[in-house]
Design a protein around this ligand. Sequence first.
Ligand code: NAD
Length: 339
Amino acid sequence: NTARRTLLVTGGAGFIGSNFVLYWLSRYPQDRVINLDGLTYAGNPENLAEVEHLPNYRFVHGNITDTETVRRIFTEEAVSHVVHFAAESHVDRSILQPDAFVRTNVLGTQCLLEEARRQGNLTKFVHVSTDEVYGTLGEAGLFTEATQLSPNSPYSASKAGSDLIARAYYETYGLPVVITRCSNNYGPYQYPEKLIPTIITRALQDQPVPVYGDGLHVRDWLYVEDHCSAIDCVLNNGNPGQVYNVGGGNERTNLDIVKQLLAELGKPESSIRYVTDRPGHDRRYAIDASKLRRELGWQPQCMLDQGLKRTLDWYAAHTKWWLKRAAVPAEGRNGGERP
Ligand code: NAD
């Protein structure tokens, strides 16, 4: 597909968004990318230093809840596709401040959908969601696209709300919405409040590394570039009105991940500190991504060991990037140490 497209990417200065913008512009250099980001604590335009001078890249500093800003973009630019990442994304913060999550994730998504509908000739609206909307699993089983939504945290509830309003814009107005629900991502540019960068950055500084509860919560890890390629498949070939699960089939307990990272870094397991568990902490996520593989031919490329190694190398080489962020007191995970 070589036709020139204009993508409105929201949250393109965040972790997955900036990986996506870099991925997209190197893979489709003929396309135009407009990055709308409010630059919360999680957004960092430095991530995009290598593309900021490109004539087909434009950064707009603005809030997705601001109708005027969003409308102006749809008026000024011939947007053909929206890829919507912008969100409050951290579960611990959602426990402390749920209102910001409802505002950005629910109202912000509705504002984008509404302005996209008014514009009238969008090719696709990719709403980037999470497997956390499904709630938690027991020892066995996988989330499929038909699994009931049972979100347990204010974060996942706000994402579930945004999925439903996105779905309604397809059913009611025929807006070509496609929803992706991805498992836990890791890789470069992830804010050091999330598990993997927390462990890496603390271990690199010889600090204790915190683990919630018994550490036996299971997550299904996906290297961020494989999430980008999944969105690529969905943007190009996904069917409007459909949901596609995205996951790497890499189920590991948090403790396994922590021990593997410590071993790679040559740090002792005695640096592990078990901290009070997060309230409402989902025990296990595992995702069935067979629809995306079967229908759109998606294939993840990066094995977990290789991805963890790449991520470690990136953090080790980008101390300046994370040091100023790690200095921000991380709520939740680093507090509440068990006596
Ligand atoms: P992030 O927190 O790193 O980045 C979010 C970005 O959105 C930041 O650049 C921030 O400035 C911007 N933003 C926040 N509120 C905004 C607002 N009101 N207006 C404009 N911009 C705003 O998040 P991430 O981890 O990159 O996640 C991106 C998306 O992917 C989210 O929608 C998240 O729910 C989803 N997701 C994340 C994961 C994961 O493991 N990180 C997994 C599945 C889905």
